[in-house]
Design a binder for this molecule. Structure first.
Ligand SMILES: Nc1ncnc2c1ncn2[C@@H]1O[C@H](COP(=O)(O)OP(=O)(O)OP(=O)(O)O)[C@@H](O)[C@H]1O
Length: 226
């Protein structure tokens, strides 16, 4: 379980102080939670804090009982590698690596032996319907295919937490549907946190958190929490 407690982030902008997130408290259950809100409402800030990319000014992030915000950067990176997966609109694949090598990259970082890496990467590519594209470089894949490779990569170490930030932005309708179904399928047995402006996509989650001015304005329950 990932839990945010009184999460607050203030930035200095010259003389001014900007409160990007103001006392956000929430325990993310299993399944998909969409985070929506107007531009500047704190969605990206929240995601960066939850994943430990950034540290809060006040409050904390707890993964089970581990205070993520109190860990040093290398330990947070280790948590991200082993316990979290990321599918971001702009989280590009490594251009010089083939599709399967991209998927295998987290496995390499985790010290998994080469043969197992390749087998696992091919298995994951098959799951996202791209086994035939395994040896292609990202530049030879469509946007939707690249995003499916990114999803396979995010799942490589079978993380219990999955973050997605506008995962279907820039995709055509058909690719959007493919990526969305694969994402929600992967999110069924995980904690999926999905930041998006796309309300149709958000409506497929189990619940929607509405952020406003850095605060949790409303929790909208769409389906029962498991
Ligand atoms: N590094 C930073 N330095 C100063 N201010 C920042 C920084 N990052 C974010 N902010 C401010 O914090 C507030 C929240 O920004 P954030 O990016 O989290 O919003 P958002 O909801 O993700 O917006 P969008 O939908 O446009 O991506 C904004 O007012 C923004 O200008």
């Amino acid at each position: 379980m990932l839990r945010a407690e009184n999460l607050t982030k203030r930035y200095r902008q010259g003389e001014k102080e900007v409160v990007a997130l103001a006392g956000f408290t929430y325990a993310f259950p299993l399944g998909a939670t969409a985070v929506v809100g107007p531009s500047g409402s704190g969605k990206t800030t929240l995601l960066n804090l939850l994943a430990g990319f950034d540290l809060p000014t006040e409050g904390g992030v707890f993964l089970e009982e581990t205070p993520l915000h109190r860990l040093p950067e290398d330990a947070r990176a280790e948590v991200r590698l082993k316990r979290m997966g990321f599918v971001f609109q702009q989280w590009n694949l490594i251009p010089t690596l083939t599709a399967w090598e991209n998927v295998a990259f987290p496995l390499l970082l985790a010290g998994i032996p080469p043969k197992t890496r390749r087998e696992r990467a091919l298995e994951l590519l098959e799951r996202v319907g791209l086994e035939a594209r395994a040896s292609h470089l990202p530049s030879r894949l469509s946007g939707g295919e690249q995003q499916r490779v990114a999803l396979a990569r995010a799942l490589a170490l079978d993380p219990p937490i999955l973050f997605a930030d506008e995962p279907t932005g820039n995709l055509d309708a058909e690719s959007r549907e493919q990526v969305a179904s694969l994402l929600f399928e992967a999110g069924r047995e995980r904690t999926l946190i999905l930041v998006t402006h796309d309300l149709e996509l958000a409506a497929r989650a189990e619940r929607i958190l509405h952020l406003k001015g850095g605060r949790l304005a409303r929790e909208e329950l769409l389906r029962p929490t498991r």
